[in-house]
Design a protein around this ligand. Structure first.
Ligand SMILES: C[S@@+](CC[C@H](N)C(=O)[O-])C[C@H]1O[C@@H](n2cnc3c(N)ncnc32)[C@H](O)[C@@H]1O
Length: 323
């Protein structure tokens, strides 16, 4: 997309109100998409642009509340006229804390190499963002990551990278192995006005960013963590190899190496451990040693022991610091 087209896209989304609502906590992207098949709740019924761009309904091109923005969005290639007089969106929009994030639709799960679908915003994406800047106290935590240099590994749509910038990070470098994800993350950087502080690389974890970026204060990651047998195919954003840890293991090893070399920094990541019985004792003893650090950052839920940390739940968050 040219920079004119990106500016046109951002302008149309702004006029529709995409930066003014926050769906986080209301509905994750998958639930939004399922609303196509159900009755749309009253709070959504009057928001034609939400139904078109976030839910995935086909709407009449002449829908009055969409006005001229329909033409702008057709022009830039986001909307397509598929049924006579009706438009649909090629991507899903997820408004999140002042950001407008575009992804592929949750129903698109496989694509040819180089054009694999970009993961829609999941509860794991949102958990990771909230771990970076918890929602309390109310109000936007502009200064939460003030001045930090951040690396987002497995960036996908770029949601964590962009959220980090909205929370005050000075600069974010992000990497994803999927060319399509790298492309869409760039689009998201631009339409949110954060492209000048965001560098996106396409490549494999740390190799993908090379050695040029120096030391990071914070690394964040939501790697693919679903166990997928070698005989099955799964999308890049899901496939964690036969034990679910193929990417996670390399990511943690590479992050630890860098944290050790720099003698500072923090890794915040989200993962799933299919063989929790084997992993849990190690994870819990590690978390116990970090409980004061975790508590100070609001990462121990219910404020009790590390046993209450979300590490114990299915989608678990492991936090490691050498700060
Ligand atoms: C679970 S998705 C997370 C996307 C996004 N960070 C989020 O939270 O919504 C995992 C992402 O990791 C990417 N990925 C998979 N293997 C990778 C690798 N070896 N190096 C870099 N990125 C990888 C996938 O393309 C996908 O975009």
């Amino acid at each position: 997309m040219t920079s004119e087209a990106l500016a046109q896209l951002a302008g149309a989304l702004r006029r529709l109100g995409a930066y003014d609502i926050d769906l986080q906590g209301l509905l994750p992207a998958w639930e939004l998409h399922r609303l196509r098949l159900k009755e749309v709740p009253p709070w959504l019924a009057s928001q034609a642009w939400v139904r078109l761009l976030c839910v995935g309904e086909a709407l009449p091109r002449a829908e009055p509340t969409l006005g001229v923005e329909v033409d702008a969005l057709i022009d830039v290639g986001l909307l397509e006229e598929v049924l006579p007089g009706h438009v649909v969106s090629g991507l899903q929009l997820y408004p999140f804390r002042g950001l407008a994030i575009l992804t592929d639709w949750p129903s698109v799960t496989l694509g040819p190499p180089g054009n694999e679908p970009v993961m829609a915003i999941g509860t794991d994406s949102l958990e990771l963002c909230l771990a970076l800047a918890p929602p309390e106290p109310p109000g936007f935590p502009e200064a939460h990551l003030a001045g930090l240099r951040v690396l987002d590994l497995c960036t996908g749509s770029g949601i964590a990278a962009l959220h980090a910038l909205r929370c005050g990070a000075q600069e974010v470098v992000a990497v994803d192995i999927s060319p399509r994800a790298a492309e869409i993350a760039k689009v998201n950087g631009f339409i949110n006005g954060l492209d000048s502080k965001l560098t996106i690389h396409q490549g494999d974890l740390f190799e993908g960013i090379g050695e040029v970026h120096g030391v990071f204060d914070l690394m964040v990651a939501n790697p693919p963590f679903v166990a997928v047998p070698a005989s099955a195919s799964a999308s890049l954003y899901v496939d964690g190899g036969s034990d679910g840890l193929a990417v996670t293991r390399r990511l943690v090893a590479g992050a630890c190496e860098r944290l050790e070399k720099a003698s500072r920094g923090t890794l915040v990541m989200i993962g799933e451990f299919p063989n929790l019985a084997a992993e849990e004792p190690r994870c819990l003893s590690f978390l116990a040693s970090k409980s004061a650090w975790l508590a100070a950052r609001g990462l121990l839920c219910r404020g009790a022991s590390p046993k209450c940390c979300s590490l114990c739940s299915r989608a678990c968050q492991a936090t490691c610091s050498r700060a």
